[in-house]
Design a binder for this molecule. Structure first.
Ligand code: CTP
Ligand code: CA
Length: 224
């Protein structure tokens, strides 16, 4: 196992982080996906490494290099992400952080040949994808689990509701309607909620936000 700073906030901890989008194939040349550069998840992984953790990134397709000292397992679909995450938690995990922008639905089936345009309109049947975060948090041997919530309105209400519904210890909410922040940007502003408290971080670089998040999560992890 690779670790970093032996005296940091997360020294000796195994941290698993999901990042990036998933892609759900429609046919051999097309897919459904979400906006996500993976930058927030990768920044958090670097901050956790610098705090002494052994870090595993489970990453959807992104244009980012694997950070030094961090293992990256690449996945494509939401099903892959659940499978890789479950395996990682089976292997041992103290802290699970889900930053990935997982596609909520996938095409009911993937056409084996490229779909040709024929009609003026078409409908594509979709089915619900599994929820990696809720599945990990719902395990009997669940690690300390932290989620993200990207919202465009009523940010605090939706985020706190997700924290309760998914049985999370903390949730990091960001308002993706804020101009210049969030998706694809190097900057972000977030509000972290936990049972009985909250803290707003930023606007700042995703790396600076990652460092503060790791410090805050580390404090709560220590409290058990
Ligand atoms: N998440 C996940 N697997 C999914 C969907 C979401 O692991 N299939 C995780 C995300 O990585 C994030 C959190 O759940 O940490 C919240 O994701 P979000 O899309 O905001 O919430 P949903 O529960 O999917 O609700 P909705 O999209 O309807 O707001
Ligand atoms: Ca969603």
């Amino acid at each position: 196992m690779e670790g970093g700073n032996g005296s940091g906030e997360l020294a000796g901890k195994r941290v698993v982080i999901t990042a990036g989008p998933t892609r759900e194939p429609i046919d051999p040349v097309r897919y459904i996906s979400n906006h996500s550069s993976g930058k927030m998840g990768y920044a958090l992984a670097v901050a956790a490494r610098d705090a002494g953790a052994s870090v595993l990134l489970i990453s959807g397709p992104v244009a980012l290099r694997a950070p030094a000292g961090i293992e990256v397992r690449s996945v494509v679909t939401a099903d892959d992400m659940l499978q890789a995450s479950s395996q990682a938690v089976d292997e041992g995990c103290d802290l699970f952080i889900a930053t990935a922008a997982v596609a909520d639905y996938r095409p009911e089936s993937c056409a084996s040949d490229k779909i040709k345009k024929t009609n003026e309109a078409m409908a594509l049947p979709l089915v619900r994808n599994p929820d990696t975060l809720a599945t990990i948090a719902g395990r009997q041997d669940a690690p300390f689990t932290v989620g993200f919530a990207a919202e465009t309105s009523d940010v605090a209400r939706y985020a706190k509701d997700k924290m309760q519904r998914k049985n999370l210890r903390m949730i990091v909410a960001n308002d993706v309607s804020a101009p210049g922040l969030g998706f694809n940007s190097d900057n972000n502003a977030v509000t972290v909620f936990w049972s009985g408290g909250q803290e707003t971080i930023g606007p700042d670089t995703k790396q600076a936000i990652g460092s503060r998040l790791v410090a805050l999560i580390g404090q709560h992890l220590k409290q058990g």
